[in-house]
Write a new protein. Structure first.
Length: 408
């Protein structure tokens, strides 16, 4: 049989409308359709068992000489690959059982807008943030990169900003629109995330996108940039908002936790946690279930006082601010007949609570939190009203409107 090329197998992936392709020795090539693994539909590949020499040849064909040396040293590498007429692909090459394997993700040329991603409208408000840090979280393949790219594309099209991205590897390609966009790739344009972030403020950015927070140095640099007035967008591999906050705090040694909680409460603006759920209203497709945390005075207080267990209830009761829990998102998708009841149960963290929510039953804690107005907000509003009242009275007195009765 003639030697297969990487372009040939990528063509089959694109034709099948798959999101991911998996190549390993001893098995047929597999693709992910609608979130589920299956063999490539083509008869040519369906029963074709790949040999170790074939997987190694396919992997080496997408690497440059520099990348091959790094792969042989580290036994794993991330890279981007473009195939003419097919698209761009994010490729991870690794070794397993003394052979070479690949995991390949299709990256669309066109960045999808918010409307096509079925994301909540509050995402637009989050993208309009001027400073602070916004985190998009979820497991691998949950739509983090696509959501982040969509937010950046919105900023690029609607605002005049200097946007700098730091990625490993570069996935979506941006063209300058209203903004200018500089894209830096780790190990090609910068030695590491942390090193690129240390110098990024010298490049006078308005918006900084960090592909992923992987270690403490990159987290410290991202937080520092957010504190100094930049808008930072980044991702983390966490499953929900509470775990994300805990992960950030636990990056630091215990004696720094108090300080980090204060720092995080000050610069964190929002967390968007994603889980892709198979759709039932189309033949193949998935829709994101979203947990949205918007940092309000109440959320700040809970972070500062280390009351992270109360954040879930605050999210469920924060609909006025655009917040929603995973269960609220799943209930909405189910009621709109976009997902099945069974798929919603598979996606939720708390199935029993979801069953109650579908029936319109919410916990007393959530109901109380929904009507909760932080005391600080009430005091601030009352103080502002008093100031406005005093100013109004002074103006009236000055104009002669307020006079004692004996003066007339």
């Amino acid at each position: 049989m003639a030697q297969e090329t990487i372009e040939g197998i990528l063509y089959e992936m694109v034709e099948a409308k798959a999101s991911d392709l998996y190549i390993k020795a001893g098995s047929p090539a597999m693709v992910r359709l609608g979130g589920k693994l299956t063999k490539i539909p083509s008869e040519r590949w369906k029963e074709r068992i790949l040999l170790p020499v074939e997987t190694e040849r396919l992997a080496y064909s997408v690497m440059s000489e520099r990348q091959r040396k790094k792969f042989e040293e580290d036994m794993g590498i991330d890279l981007a690959y473009s195939a003419s007429g097919l698209g761009r692909f994010r490729v991870n090459i690794y070794r397993q059982r003394n052979s070479v394997a690949m995991a390949i993700r299709l990256v669309p040329f066109n960045i999808p807008p918010f409307e096509t991603l079925n994301l909540p409208p509050v995402i637009t408000d989050i993208a309009d943030t001027e400073r602070g840090i916004v985190l998009t979280t979820g497991v691998t393949g949950s739509g983090k990169s696509t959501t982040l790219a969509s937010m950046l594309d919105y900023i690029n099209k609607t605002k005049r900003k200097n946007i700098i991205t730091i990625e490993d590897p570069i996935e979506f390609l941006f063209k300058d629109n209203q903004s200018i966009v500089s894209q830096r790739e780790v190990e090609m344009d910068a030695p590491s995330f942390a090193a690129a972030l240390r110098h990024v403020v010298r490049q006078n950015p308005d918006v900084i996108m960090v592909g992923e927070i992987r270690d403490l140095p990159s987290l410290e640099a991202a937080m520092s940039a957010a504190e100094t007035g930049h808008f930072v967008l980044t991702t983390m591999h966490t499953i929900d908002t509470s775990q994300t906050i805990e992960r950030i705090i636990n990056f630091y040694p215990p004696h720094q936790h108090g300080h980090i909680r204060l720092q995080l409460a000050m610069c964190l603006k929002a967390i968007v946690s994603l889980r892709l759920v198979p759709r039932c209203d189309v033949e193949v497709g998935r829709v994101p279930g979203c947990e949205i945390l918007v940092v309000t005075p109440l959320i700040k207080k809970l972070i500062e006082e280390n009351k992270l267990s109360q954040i879930s209830a605050a999210i469920a009761g924060g609909g006025f601010y655009g917040m929603q829990s995973f269960n609220q998102s799943l209930v909405s998708l189910y009621q709109r007949q976009m997902i099945t009841y069974e798929e919603a149960l598979n996606a939720t963290t708390n199935p029993e609570e979801f069953k109650l929510n579908v029936r319109g039953i919410y916990s007393s804690k959530d109901a109380a939190m929904a009507d909760y107005i932080p005391k600080e907000e009430e005091e601030e509003k009352e103080e502002q009203n008093n100031i406005e009242k005093q100013i109004s009275e002074r103006k009236m007195a000055h104009s002669g409107i307020l006079r004692g009765g004996n003066q007339y």
